[in-house]
Design a protein around this ligand. Structure first.
Ligand code: FAD
Length: 320
């Protein structure tokens, strides 16, 4: 196994996110995707966790499968809201005992309908503490460049994010469409004295309605000119996919050129768009930032040379 902290110290990372499948057909699709994406040699891959424990066993099974049967390094996501401390301790101990060294520590969302189930946690930072007590994990956390959707004011949201990143090893962002939102967040964190590497998340758009819905939930602005461009070709899947891949490729390049410590692709369990972006950019060889890292990201990388899919359709797990 490989610690993500060490990977980030060695150079820019590239990672893929997968979600637990919800049907036998979706499981077969995920399996094909793993086979297709493994040759791209991602630095690590992550597997999401259903808030409140809805995918507790499947997340674990997929993480184990990737660890055992592929050359990829898996990182489980884990949410703590609506969980008891003993339950979460048991999950983390299980990962530790099977040799998992990386974990994405999240709060998760409270159960829908407002009836908060009994739980021992409120914020992700409390989970980081527990994970550190259980084992020597490289611990990642979520970051929202445009602010967390439940947050009422940006300044306090940034302070909470800074406090969380200060005790974590790295962050991964929610997806976004304007590179500047990411760089502004990094600058604001630096102003608060936090230089923990934050990996930007990129979503390739292959279904415009679906990504608009995801963006609304995630609190990510969907630029009008991009929406217009995509809606104009909404009934021409090949054109839509080409534009989606071009947009994601350009964003990826801008982020890496600006000194981002890596890129995290929201695959929605499909391989084709991610493979096309790799081909466009000549990744992974093209991962090295072309400009000195300090030019855009103050401090985060300072002094280091950081270095076949169907259309997503109903049933694709949501990105986070
Ligand atoms: P926190 O960091 O705890 O923040 C939640 C809110 O509380 C924010 O508004 C913050 O400003 C506020 N806050 C934080 N600390 C304090 C404090 N001390 N006092 C007052 N307010 C505070 N969800 C899933 O269910 N499963 C997944 O697998 C998953 N993976 C994700 C992966 C990534 C990369 C990202 C970006 C998100 C993911 N999510 C996932 C979504 C995430 O669980 C939600 O965004 C959730 O609402 C908040 O989780 P968090 O870890 O960001 O919470």
């Amino acid at each position: 196994m490989t610690r993500i902290t060490d990977l980030l110290a060695a150079g820019p990372t590239v990672s893929f996110e997968f979600g637990p499948p919800r049907s036998p057909e979706a499981a077969a699709t995920l399996e094909r995707t793993l086979v297709e994406l493994e040759p791209l040699q991602p630095s690590f891959v992550s597997v999401t966790y259903g808030a409140g424990g809805s995918t507790r066993d499947t997340t674990r099974e997929i993480v184990e499968h990737i660890r055992r049967d592929t050359a990829m390094t898996p990182m489980p996501h884990l949410t703590c809201v609506a969980h008891r401390r003993a339950e979460v301790t048991d999950i983390v101990q299980g990962y530790r005992d099977s040799g998992i060294e990386n974990l994405l520590a999240l709060a998760g969302d409270p159960p829908a309908g407002g009836a908060a189930e009994a739980g021992d946690f409120r914020y992700a930072v409390e989970l980081i503490e527990l994970v550190r007590d259980v084992g020597d994990f490289s611990v990642g956390v979520a970051a929202h460049p445009e602010g967390h959707p439940r947050s009422t004011d940006r300044a306090s949201d940034r302070r909470h994010l800074a406090a969380k990143l200060a005790v974590a090893d790295f962050g991964i962002t929610q997806f976004f469409f304007r590179a500047n939102d990411y760089f502004t967040m990094v600058d604001e964190l630096a102003a608060l004295g936090v230089h923990t590497p934050v990996i930007p998340g990129v979503i390739p758009i292959t279904n415009v309605g679906q990504v608009e819905r995801f963006a609304t939930l995630a609190g990510a602005a969907f630029p009008v000119e991009l929406a217009d461009r995509l809606h104009a070709v909404a009934d021409r899947p090949d054109d839509l996919r080409r534009i989606g891949v071009d947009v994601a490729s350009a964003l990826t390049r801008e982020l890496l050129d600006g000194g981002a410590p890596g890129i995290h692709f929201y695959t929605l369990n499909f391989a084709r768009a991610t493979k096309a972006i790799f081909a466009n950019l000549g990744l992974p060889r093209g991962l090295r930032p072309r400009v000195p890292p300090t030019s855009r990201i103050q401090g985060q990388n300072r002094g280091q040379n950081r270095r076949a899919e169907a259309e997503p359709r109903t049933g694709a797990p949501p990105p986070f």
